[in-house]
Design a protein around this ligand. Structure first.
Ligand code: ATP
Ligand code: ZN
Length: 296
């Protein structure tokens, strides 16, 4: 397999992970947008973005086809149980805080299955057969597992299974299908995952740069208080780069006559780009502080 120099980032084409991933990447300053027909985007920053079904993402990363990607923890568990050897090539970098859901057992409203033992000898439909089998084994339960790739909620109604094991967030879909959640198997959210080998190749610095941006975005949830030192003749340049909520505070620096300290409050959306531009004009000692409370 040819390994290109560009960093390859793989994400879901459309669905419950795509929206959160796109929003995150846009906040990082990458020019990706939802386009259901485009499968590959070569972005100006030297990163190739690949769009696929989420089910293919763990394999793409494990087999060195891509370097970084986003998918759900639920899929990581299932993949790790079915592809034990390949899964060693995956390294979870960090949870991303979106696409939060849980893998749960749900039953028709008329039934109650309060403990794992009452699942004994039941038929359970799921898209996550290995995760479910692992859970049943841990609880010393024998049950039949029916694998379905979609519309799992229909299984009890059409007589394929007694119960289902599926992803739940609000529970509305279950309710619409006459089901109730009776037991949680695992929590899940979107995670950023890397190909372990890529972390030790020449792509290392590209990855580091991207992680720096992602961390920056995840950390910058509100307005930030920014402090920096800069040459006096660059004050106007700083004001252009850093739009303040009101006016910035300019302070003298003792013993350094040609420089000043600037303190200002800035909104998060321009946070990352702002820091890069400030460095370009020679700003130093840049501190970015969270603001606990603010009254406009
Ligand atoms: P694809 O066409 O990419 O295979 P899909 O059929 O797997 O899409 P999605 O519903 O987009 O379907 O689910 C993708 C991932 O989103 C899941 O693996 C899970 O991590 C997360 N997810 C699923 N259901 C929910 C939910 N109800 N709330 C939040 N996140 C969810
Ligand atoms: Zn899928």
């Amino acid at each position: 397999m040819q390994h290109l120099k560009n960093l390859r980032f793989v994400m879901q084409k459309s669905g419950r992970l795509a929206e959160g991933t796109i929003a995150l990447l846009q906040k990082c300053g990458y020019g990706v947008k939802i386009n259901k027909r485009q499968l590959l985007l070569q972005e100006k920053s030297g990163i190739d973005f690949l769009f696929t079904r989420d089910d293919d993402i763990p394999g793409f990363l494990a087999k060195n086809i891509c370097d970084l990607g986003v998918f759900g923890e639920n899929l990581l568990t299932e993949y790790s149980l079915t592809h034990k050897d390949d899964a060693h090539n995956l390294q979870v970098i960090m949870p991303l805080g979106f696409s939060k859901c849980r893998l749960s057992i749900a039953a028709p409203e008329t039934h109650t299955y309060p403990t794992a033992q009452t699942l004994q000898n039941k038929i359970i439909a799921t898209s996550y057969p290995q995760t479910l089998a692992h859970f049943l084994k841990q609880n010393n339960v024998t049950a039949e597992i029916v694998t379905m790739h979609g519309s799992v909620e229909l299984a009890p109604k059409i007589g394929i299974a007694d119960l289902i094991c599926d992803l739940v967030s609000s529970g509305v879909t279950l309710k619409e299908n006459g089901l109730v959640e009776v037991m949680k198997i695992a929590d899940s959210q979107a995670v950023l995952v890397a190909n372990k080998t890529a972390l030790h190749t020449e792509k290392h610095s590209l990855i580091e740069n991207m992680l720096l941006r992602i961390n920056g975005v995840l950390d910058a949830k509100q307005n930030k208080y920014i402090m920096l030192h800069v040459q006096k003749d660059k004050i106007e340049a700083v004001k252009k780069i850093l739009p303040s909520r009101e006016a910035p505070t300019i302070l003298e620096l003792q013993g350094i006559p040609n420089k000043v300290a600037i303190h200002t409050v800035s909104p998060e959306e321009i946070f990352w780009e702002t820091i890069e531009k400030l460095k370009e004009i020679g700003a130093s000692s840049i501190l970015v502080l969270p603001i606990e409370k603010m009254m406009a």
